[in-house]
Design a protein around this ligand. Structure first.
Ligand SMILES: [Zn+2]
Ligand SMILES: [Zn+2]
Length: 409
């Protein structure tokens, strides 16, 4: 086999890895670079010849940087099958239309047509069939398991002619919301392609959550009005569950959640088997008729209460900036416009951290289970990856991944 990085190595975004073997070719993920750039930096370095040779794309999860070049691949002549969990397929199709809207609103054109989005043939992987070897073709077997990053997110192992390559996907061993399944591959991978997004950052998720809770507790004690700036899916639900479990008893009057966030969170109630604690599903299921109030605007959040809102809504409905008791807390990704608004009006603003990628100890733990012969880090810029490699004690040979680099397996 040989593995070529078409994107997502030595950089953060547009993950796309080409795995070629004597009998054909596969892709693992096919994403875009989300931050605005030229065409050449936004999409992976795909060609019509690659697109026609690939029989399957294994998609780890729905995030833009792993899926949004699929229609472009189709446009270039791909006629194969896209494999992912049913949850990932559902989310990916939503991301397609959001991306189309965003690009068109910005006055740019997409390098593919709507028919290419609709013409992709998806096949759902059974999420009960994890940690089993499954024959993909006569010569290729795959295995997958939950990766703790989103509902529906997977790691993959691919085996061809007795050689094994492991792809970690974006993963978290410490998510307090989503569960992780340790890979039971049964052989030491010849190559592990790992998530190196956070470099050598090494604070546990529990500590980070505790830091958030201290900040919230302090603000609530002053009877501030706390507005948490969160994305629609991801950290939002982990924080929501954590606030419910850890903080409510410490004196928040009310938890208020933006309508769209409420809808996205309710969805977590339907997927209890993806959650660390199955009882959390019941909490998400009962949102709205429990301790959580649904609101359209952050202005409905009273003093001594916590509101969960997206950056877009906080920027659009900005009456909060006239109230000095407001405290904005951002677990990231930060929104520069929101940050500036708070700065100009002297509203308290603080950034907190919550992980959705592995820290150094998580990387070490996974590597010591897998014991890969060679390891390459992706999803991070070179400086961060080098810091991580420098901090690790794992007995594996580290290779450097960059776009265009090919590794023989
Ligand atoms: Zn992701
Ligand atoms: Zn990613």
């Amino acid at each position: 086999m040989k593995l070529t990085f078409l994107g997502g190595a030595g950089e953060y975004g547009r993950s796309c890895f080409l795995l070629e073997h004597d009998h054909g070719a596969l892709l693992i993920d096919c994403g875009v670079m989300k931050k605005k750039g030229s065409f050449i930096n936004t999409y992976p370095t795909l060609t019509p010849s690659i697109a026609k040779r690939v029989s399957h794309v294994l998609v780890t999860h729905a995030h833009e940087d792993h899926t949004l070049s699929l229609p472009y691949l189709k446009k270039l002549g791909f006629t194969g099958t896209v494999l992912a969990t049913s949850q990932t397929i559902e989310q990916t199709i939503e991301y397609f239309s959001k991306w189309r809207q965003k690009v068109e609103t910005e006055g740019d054109t997409l390098p593919y047509e709507k028919e290419d989005e609709e013409g992709l043939s998806f096949e759902a992987l059974d999420d009960k069939c994890t940690n089993f070897w499954i024959s993909l073709t006569d010569t290729v077997s795959i295995m997958y398991g939950r990766s703790g990053h989103t509902i529906g997110s997977l790691w993959y192992a691919v085996q061809v002619d007795g050689k094994t390559v492991f792809f970690s996907g974006d993963y978290s061993l410490e998510s307090t919301l989503l569960n992780y399944e340790w890979p039971k591959i049964g052989a030491k991978p010849d190559l592990a392609v790992m998530d190196g997004a956070y470099g050598d950052f090494n604070v546990t998720q529990d500590t980070l959550l505790e830091q958030v809770m201290i900040k919230l507790h302090y603000a609530l004690e002053k009877r501030d009005r706390v507005l948490l700036q969160v994305p629609l899916v991801g950290k939002s639900q982990e924080l929501l569950a954590a606030v419910k479990h850890r903080l409510l008893m410490k004196g928040a009057d009310q938890i208020v959640v933006e309508k769209a966030l409420y809808e996205a969170s309710k969805n977590f109630g339907k997927h209890s088997d993806w959650l660390v604690d199955h009882t959390t599903a019941a909490f998400f299921d009962s949102l709205g008729n429990g301790g959580v109030t649904v609101a359209d605007s952050p202005n409905e959040v009273a003093n001594g209460s916590i509101g969960f809102f997206t950056a877009e809504t906080l920027v659009e409905k900005d009456d909060w900036k006239h109230d000095r008791s407001t405290h904005i807390i951002s677990p990231g990704p930060e929104n520069q416009e929101l940050k500036r608004m708070a700065e100009v009006t002297s509203i308290a603003y603080s950034k907190v951290m919550l992980k959705v990628h592995p820290g150094k100890d998580e990387t070490e733990a996974l590597l010591s289970r897998l014991m890969p012969k060679r390891t390459v880090f992706t999803h991070g810029v070179r400086k961060d990856v080098e810091a991580l490699v420098g901090a690790l004690h794992s007995r594996t040979r580290f290779l450097t991944g960059e776009v265009g680099v090919t590794v023989e397996v």
